[in-house]
Design a protein around this ligand. Sequence first.
Ligand code: NAD
Length: 259
Amino acid sequence: MRLEDRVAIITGAGRGIGRAIAEGYAREGARVAVADLDAATAEDAAAAIRAAGGEAIAVTMDVTNEEAVDDGVQRVIDTWGRLDIAVANAGVQHIEALDKLSLAEWRKVTAVHLDGAFLLTRAALRRMYQGGGGTLLYMGSVHSMEASPLKAPYVAAKHGLLGLCRAVAKEGAEHGVRSHIICPGFVRTPLVEKQIPEQARELGLSEEEVVRNVMLKNTVDGEFTTVEDISRLAVDLAAFPSAALTGQSVIVSHGWHMG
Ligand code: NAD
Protein backbone atom coordinates (compact mmCIF):
# COMPACT_ATOMS: atom_id res chain seq x y z
CA MET A 1 0.00 0.00 0.00
CA ARG A 2 1.40 3.34 -1.09
CA LEU A 3 -0.12 5.71 1.48
CA GLU A 4 0.11 3.64 4.65
CA ASP A 5 0.02 5.69 7.88
CA ARG A 6 -0.69 8.91 6.01
CA VAL A 7 -3.55 11.14 7.05
CA ALA A 8 -5.51 13.01 4.37
CA ILE A 9 -8.35 15.52 4.24
CA ILE A 10 -10.30 15.94 1.00
CA THR A 11 -12.87 18.69 0.61
CA GLY A 12 -16.03 18.18 -1.42
CA ALA A 13 -15.54 14.44 -0.86
CA GLY A 14 -19.17 13.52 -0.21
CA ARG A 15 -19.62 12.69 -3.88
CA GLY A 16 -18.05 12.91 -7.35
CA ILE A 17 -14.31 13.29 -7.84
CA GLY A 18 -13.57 14.00 -4.17
CA ARG A 19 -15.28 10.84 -3.03
CA ALA A 20 -13.32 8.75 -5.54
CA ILE A 21 -10.07 10.29 -4.25
CA ALA A 22 -11.04 9.56 -0.63
CA GLU A 23 -11.81 5.95 -1.57
CA GLY A 24 -8.57 5.63 -3.56
CA TYR A 25 -6.51 7.00 -0.66
CA ALA A 26 -8.21 4.65 1.81
CA ARG A 27 -7.49 1.66 -0.46
CA GLU A 28 -3.83 2.65 -0.35
CA GLY A 29 -3.85 2.63 3.47
CA ALA A 30 -4.40 6.31 4.28
CA ARG A 31 -6.75 7.48 7.02
CA VAL A 32 -9.12 9.90 5.36
CA ALA A 33 -11.29 12.79 6.45
CA VAL A 34 -14.23 13.18 4.08
CA ALA A 35 -15.02 16.90 4.27
CA ASP A 36 -18.17 18.30 2.71
CA LEU A 37 -20.80 20.97 3.12
CA ASP A 38 -23.40 18.22 2.89
CA ALA A 39 -23.25 16.24 6.15
CA ALA A 40 -25.32 13.32 4.82
CA THR A 41 -23.11 12.59 1.80
CA ALA A 42 -19.94 13.03 3.87
CA GLU A 43 -21.25 10.51 6.45
CA ASP A 44 -22.29 8.15 3.68
CA ALA A 45 -18.89 8.28 1.94
CA ALA A 46 -17.00 7.79 5.24
CA ALA A 47 -19.27 4.88 6.20
CA ALA A 48 -18.68 3.22 2.80
CA ILE A 49 -14.92 3.49 3.28
CA ARG A 50 -15.15 1.96 6.77
CA ALA A 51 -17.40 -0.82 5.44
CA ALA A 52 -14.70 -1.63 2.87
CA GLY A 53 -12.12 -1.97 5.68
CA GLY A 54 -10.65 1.54 5.57
CA GLU A 55 -10.38 4.27 8.19
CA ALA A 56 -12.46 7.40 7.64
CA ILE A 57 -14.28 10.19 9.43
CA ALA A 58 -16.81 12.67 8.08
CA VAL A 59 -16.15 16.37 8.64
CA THR A 60 -19.00 18.73 7.84
CA MET A 61 -17.64 22.08 6.78
CA ASP A 62 -18.23 24.93 4.38
CA VAL A 63 -14.83 25.61 2.81
CA THR A 64 -15.61 29.33 2.60
CA ASN A 65 -16.04 29.58 6.38
CA GLU A 66 -12.73 30.39 8.06
CA GLU A 67 -13.65 29.05 11.48
CA ALA A 68 -15.24 25.90 10.06
CA VAL A 69 -12.13 25.03 8.02
CA ASP A 70 -9.77 25.68 10.94
CA ASP A 71 -11.98 23.58 13.23
CA GLY A 72 -12.34 20.81 10.64
CA VAL A 73 -8.60 20.48 10.09
CA GLN A 74 -8.04 20.59 13.85
CA ARG A 75 -10.50 17.73 14.26
CA VAL A 76 -8.47 15.62 11.86
CA ILE A 77 -5.28 16.38 13.79
CA ASP A 78 -7.01 15.66 17.13
CA THR A 79 -8.25 12.33 15.73
CA TRP A 80 -5.07 11.02 14.15
CA GLY A 81 -2.29 13.30 15.45
CA ARG A 82 -1.00 14.35 12.04
CA LEU A 83 -1.86 15.63 8.57
CA ASP A 84 0.07 14.61 5.47
CA ILE A 85 -2.18 15.31 2.49
CA ALA A 86 -4.79 18.01 1.89
CA VAL A 87 -6.86 18.07 -1.29
CA ALA A 88 -8.76 21.27 -2.12
CA ASN A 89 -11.44 19.74 -4.30
CA ALA A 90 -14.78 21.34 -3.33
CA GLY A 91 -16.23 23.23 -6.26
CA VAL A 92 -19.34 24.67 -7.85
CA GLN A 93 -20.21 25.79 -11.37
CA HIS A 94 -22.48 28.54 -12.65
CA ILE A 95 -23.47 28.85 -16.31
CA GLU A 96 -24.22 32.43 -17.38
CA ALA A 97 -23.01 35.04 -19.84
CA LEU A 98 -20.71 37.69 -18.35
CA ASP A 99 -22.96 40.64 -19.17
CA LYS A 100 -25.79 39.08 -17.16
CA LEU A 101 -23.70 37.75 -14.26
CA SER A 102 -24.40 39.25 -10.82
CA LEU A 103 -21.62 40.15 -8.41
CA ALA A 104 -23.21 37.75 -5.92
CA GLU A 105 -22.86 34.76 -8.32
CA TRP A 106 -19.30 35.80 -9.21
CA ARG A 107 -18.41 35.89 -5.51
CA LYS A 108 -20.17 32.59 -4.74
CA VAL A 109 -18.20 30.63 -7.34
CA THR A 110 -14.83 32.29 -6.76
CA ALA A 111 -15.22 31.98 -2.97
CA VAL A 112 -15.74 28.21 -3.02
CA HIS A 113 -12.73 27.62 -5.28
CA LEU A 114 -10.28 30.30 -4.20
CA ASP A 115 -11.18 31.25 -0.61
CA GLY A 116 -11.86 27.58 0.07
CA ALA A 117 -8.48 26.47 -1.28
CA PHE A 118 -6.68 29.25 0.59
CA LEU A 119 -8.32 28.43 3.93
CA LEU A 120 -7.56 24.71 3.59
CA THR A 121 -4.00 25.51 2.52
CA ARG A 122 -3.35 27.79 5.49
CA ALA A 123 -4.77 25.38 8.05
CA ALA A 124 -2.87 22.44 6.50
CA LEU A 125 0.44 24.29 6.20
CA ARG A 126 0.36 25.34 9.87
CA ARG A 127 0.30 21.67 10.79
CA MET A 128 2.58 20.40 8.00
CA TYR A 129 5.29 22.95 8.86
CA GLN A 130 5.39 21.47 12.39
CA GLY A 131 5.18 17.88 11.20
CA GLY A 132 8.00 17.87 8.66
CA GLY A 133 6.04 18.36 5.44
CA GLY A 134 3.19 17.07 3.33
CA THR A 135 1.40 17.40 0.02
CA LEU A 136 -1.23 19.91 -1.06
CA LEU A 137 -3.32 19.00 -4.10
CA TYR A 138 -5.66 21.39 -5.88
CA MET A 139 -8.50 20.41 -8.17
CA GLY A 140 -7.97 22.65 -11.16
CA SER A 141 -9.45 21.99 -14.58
CA VAL A 142 -8.65 22.34 -18.25
CA HIS A 143 -10.28 25.67 -17.41
CA SER A 144 -7.08 26.48 -15.45
CA MET A 145 -5.44 26.65 -18.90
CA GLU A 146 -8.10 27.87 -21.28
CA ALA A 147 -11.57 29.41 -21.31
CA SER A 148 -15.04 28.44 -22.43
CA PRO A 149 -17.98 30.81 -22.79
CA LEU A 150 -20.56 31.12 -19.99
CA LYS A 151 -18.13 30.06 -17.22
CA ALA A 152 -16.19 33.24 -16.40
CA PRO A 153 -16.04 32.98 -12.58
CA TYR A 154 -15.13 29.28 -12.77
CA VAL A 155 -12.43 29.89 -15.41
CA ALA A 156 -11.00 32.81 -13.43
CA ALA A 157 -10.99 30.83 -10.19
CA LYS A 158 -9.40 27.75 -11.78
CA HIS A 159 -6.65 29.92 -13.29
CA GLY A 160 -6.17 31.39 -9.81
CA LEU A 161 -5.66 27.95 -8.30
CA LEU A 162 -2.73 27.40 -10.63
CA GLY A 163 -1.06 30.43 -9.04
CA LEU A 164 -1.85 29.31 -5.51
CA CYS A 165 -0.42 25.85 -6.22
CA ARG A 166 2.82 27.37 -7.52
CA ALA A 167 3.08 29.76 -4.57
CA VAL A 168 2.71 26.84 -2.16
CA ALA A 169 5.43 24.89 -4.01
CA LYS A 170 7.84 27.84 -3.59
CA GLU A 171 7.00 28.72 0.02
CA GLY A 172 6.47 25.20 1.26
CA ALA A 173 9.68 23.67 -0.11
CA GLU A 174 11.88 24.52 2.86
CA HIS A 175 9.32 22.85 5.14
CA GLY A 176 9.04 19.67 3.06
CA VAL A 177 5.70 20.67 1.54
CA ARG A 178 4.94 19.92 -2.11
CA SER A 179 1.96 20.91 -4.20
CA HIS A 180 0.31 19.97 -7.47
CA ILE A 181 -2.78 20.88 -9.41
CA ILE A 182 -4.83 18.24 -11.22
CA CYS A 183 -6.59 19.58 -14.30
CA PRO A 184 -9.37 17.26 -15.49
CA GLY A 185 -11.36 17.54 -18.66
CA PHE A 186 -15.08 16.74 -18.40
CA VAL A 187 -15.95 14.08 -15.83
CA ARG A 188 -19.55 12.93 -15.66
CA THR A 189 -20.35 13.92 -12.05
CA PRO A 190 -23.44 15.79 -10.74
CA LEU A 191 -21.56 19.06 -11.41
CA VAL A 192 -21.46 18.23 -15.12
CA GLU A 193 -24.88 16.54 -15.33
CA LYS A 194 -26.42 19.79 -14.07
CA GLN A 195 -24.75 21.97 -16.69
CA ILE A 196 -25.67 19.86 -19.75
CA PRO A 197 -29.31 21.14 -19.88
CA GLU A 198 -28.17 24.62 -18.75
CA GLN A 199 -25.66 24.89 -21.60
CA ALA A 200 -28.20 23.44 -24.06
CA ARG A 201 -30.63 26.21 -23.09
CA GLU A 202 -28.04 29.02 -23.23
CA LEU A 203 -26.48 27.84 -26.52
CA GLY A 204 -29.70 26.73 -28.26
CA LEU A 205 -28.41 23.15 -28.74
CA SER A 206 -29.73 19.71 -27.83
CA GLU A 207 -28.20 18.02 -24.77
CA GLU A 208 -26.53 15.45 -27.00
CA GLU A 209 -24.96 18.26 -29.05
CA VAL A 210 -23.64 19.88 -25.88
CA VAL A 211 -21.91 16.63 -24.91
CA ARG A 212 -20.61 15.83 -28.39
CA ASN A 213 -19.89 19.26 -29.88
CA VAL A 214 -19.07 21.34 -26.80
CA MET A 215 -17.77 19.18 -23.95
CA LEU A 216 -15.93 16.41 -25.80
CA LYS A 217 -15.35 18.15 -29.13
CA ASN A 218 -11.59 18.59 -28.72
CA THR A 219 -10.77 15.29 -27.06
CA VAL A 220 -8.78 12.72 -29.05
CA ASP A 221 -11.43 10.01 -28.67
CA GLY A 222 -14.76 11.59 -27.65
CA GLU A 223 -14.51 10.08 -24.15
CA PHE A 224 -15.26 11.52 -20.72
CA THR A 225 -12.47 11.41 -18.12
CA THR A 226 -13.58 9.28 -15.15
CA VAL A 227 -13.45 9.77 -11.39
CA GLU A 228 -11.19 6.70 -11.25
CA ASP A 229 -8.71 8.38 -13.62
CA ILE A 230 -8.49 11.36 -11.27
CA SER A 231 -8.31 9.24 -8.13
CA ARG A 232 -5.42 7.19 -9.57
CA LEU A 233 -3.49 10.35 -10.39
CA ALA A 234 -4.18 11.84 -6.93
CA VAL A 235 -2.67 8.70 -5.38
CA ASP A 236 0.40 8.88 -7.65
CA LEU A 237 1.02 12.55 -6.86
CA ALA A 238 0.61 12.07 -3.10
CA ALA A 239 2.87 9.00 -3.10
CA PHE A 240 5.70 10.56 -5.13
CA PRO A 241 8.68 10.52 -2.80
CA SER A 242 10.60 13.72 -3.49
CA ALA A 243 10.39 17.39 -4.39
CA ALA A 244 11.64 16.54 -7.88
CA LEU A 245 7.92 16.76 -8.59
CA THR A 246 6.36 19.90 -7.14
CA GLY A 247 4.36 22.87 -8.40
CA GLN A 248 3.13 20.83 -11.36
CA SER A 249 -0.13 20.92 -13.25
CA VAL A 250 -1.21 17.58 -14.66
CA ILE A 251 -3.89 17.64 -17.35
CA VAL A 252 -6.15 14.58 -17.55
CA SER A 253 -8.52 15.33 -20.40
CA HIS A 254 -8.30 12.74 -23.21
CA GLY A 255 -6.10 15.19 -25.07
CA TRP A 256 -8.58 18.09 -25.00
CA HIS A 257 -5.79 20.29 -23.74
CA MET A 258 -2.13 19.40 -24.15
CA GLY A 259 0.00 21.51 -21.81
P1 NAD B 1 -19.71 17.51 -7.57
O1 NAD B 1 -20.72 18.61 -7.68
O2 NAD B 1 -20.10 16.13 -7.90
O3 NAD B 1 -19.09 17.49 -6.09
C1 NAD B 1 -18.68 18.67 -5.47
C2 NAD B 1 -18.75 18.47 -3.97
O4 NAD B 1 -18.30 19.70 -3.37
C3 NAD B 1 -20.17 18.21 -3.46
O5 NAD B 1 -20.16 17.09 -2.60
C4 NAD B 1 -20.53 19.49 -2.73
O6 NAD B 1 -21.40 19.29 -1.61
C5 NAD B 1 -19.17 19.99 -2.28
N1 NAD B 1 -19.17 21.43 -2.01
C6 NAD B 1 -19.68 22.43 -2.78
N2 NAD B 1 -19.53 23.61 -2.16
C7 NAD B 1 -18.89 23.36 -0.99
C8 NAD B 1 -18.47 24.17 0.09
N3 NAD B 1 -18.69 25.50 0.10
N4 NAD B 1 -17.84 23.59 1.15
C9 NAD B 1 -17.63 22.24 1.16
N5 NAD B 1 -18.03 21.42 0.18
C10 NAD B 1 -18.66 21.97 -0.89
O7 NAD B 1 -18.49 18.00 -8.45
P2 NAD B 1 -17.20 17.24 -9.05
O8 NAD B 1 -17.40 17.16 -10.51
O9 NAD B 1 -16.87 16.03 -8.26
O10 NAD B 1 -16.12 18.38 -8.82
C11 NAD B 1 -15.07 18.30 -7.87
C12 NAD B 1 -13.98 19.27 -8.27
O11 NAD B 1 -13.48 18.91 -9.56
C13 NAD B 1 -14.46 20.71 -8.40
O12 NAD B 1 -13.45 21.59 -7.92
C14 NAD B 1 -14.62 20.88 -9.90
O13 NAD B 1 -14.50 22.22 -10.31
C15 NAD B 1 -13.48 20.03 -10.40
N6 NAD B 1 -13.60 19.62 -11.79
C16 NAD B 1 -14.66 18.87 -12.21
C17 NAD B 1 -14.74 18.51 -13.53
C18 NAD B 1 -15.89 17.70 -14.05
O14 NAD B 1 -16.00 17.59 -15.27
N7 NAD B 1 -16.73 17.13 -13.21
C19 NAD B 1 -13.74 18.89 -14.43
C20 NAD B 1 -12.67 19.64 -13.97
C21 NAD B 1 -12.61 20.00 -12.64
